[in-house]
Design a protein. Structure first.
Length: 207
């Protein structure tokens, strides 16, 4: 129950960021849709067993989590022993806050760090210490697997079932708002039109 409750707002916020990126980058959206059309049958909705066949969809989620992770400051931890981090001496029992937002936008670690480029995750697995939306090690978020599955199914369904466009010619505002889960400053507004797969799914159920 704790995992589900903790993942409700974070997943919803991440979904809004992902859809905002996609309507601002229609070529990325088209590529994701083509991947879904190729690897998922046209007469059914995406299912959990399809996710491992959709690397570009997973790359979109990873890039969204890199740029707009739901918890920019990871949950606080306490040092169990004295240590040295980045040249700084940290005494035992010190409260530690990790700025994952800054790490995942560090130009020393990422090429063109502020740009939305899902393709960077297609070339191979990114080093774990560079991407840490769920934390790292023994204290990492226990709901990471559930979150990845929920995000994949929800975002994949939205791409599979609808055509998406911006309301106007202007790009969607990507400014960050205030809050522990970093919401958008302005809620996403977009236009959508149902695709044929919805008609096939509902026709099959009626039959």
């Amino acid at each position: 129950m704790v995992m589900i409750l903790a993942g409700t707002d974070t997943s919803a916020v991440t979904m809004e960021w992902a859809m905002s990126f996609l309507v601002n980058h229609p070529k990325v959206l088209m590529k994701a849709r083509a991947e879904l059309d190729t690897h998922v049958a046209q007469d059914r909705l995406i299912d959990e067993h399809d996710l491992n066949k959709l690397p570009y969809l997973q790359a979109i989620i990873s890039e969204t989590l890199r740029l707009c992770l739901a918890a920019p400051m990871l949950l606080p931890h306490m040092s169990s022993d004295a240590c040295t981090i980045g040249g700084y001496s940290v005494p035992r029992n010190t409260l530690l806050l990790v700025n994952a937002w800054a790490i995942q936008r560090d130009p020393k670690a990422w090429d063109d760090p502020t740009s939305f480029k899902p393709g960077r995750f297609e070339v191979g697995e990114v080093e774990g210490h560079k991407l840490m939306p769920f934390g790292l090690g023994r204290r990492a978020c226990p709901g990471a697997g559930l979150a990845q599955c929920v995000m994949g199914l929800a975002l994949g369904s939205l791409i599979q079932c609808f055509e998406w466009e911006r309301v106007g010619q202007d790009l969607v505002n990507m400014s960050e708002g205030n809050g522990g889960t970093m919401p958008k400053a302005e809620p996403l507004e977009a236009m959508c039109k149902a695709r044929d797969v919805i008609k096939k799914v509902f026709s099959a159920k009626d039959a």
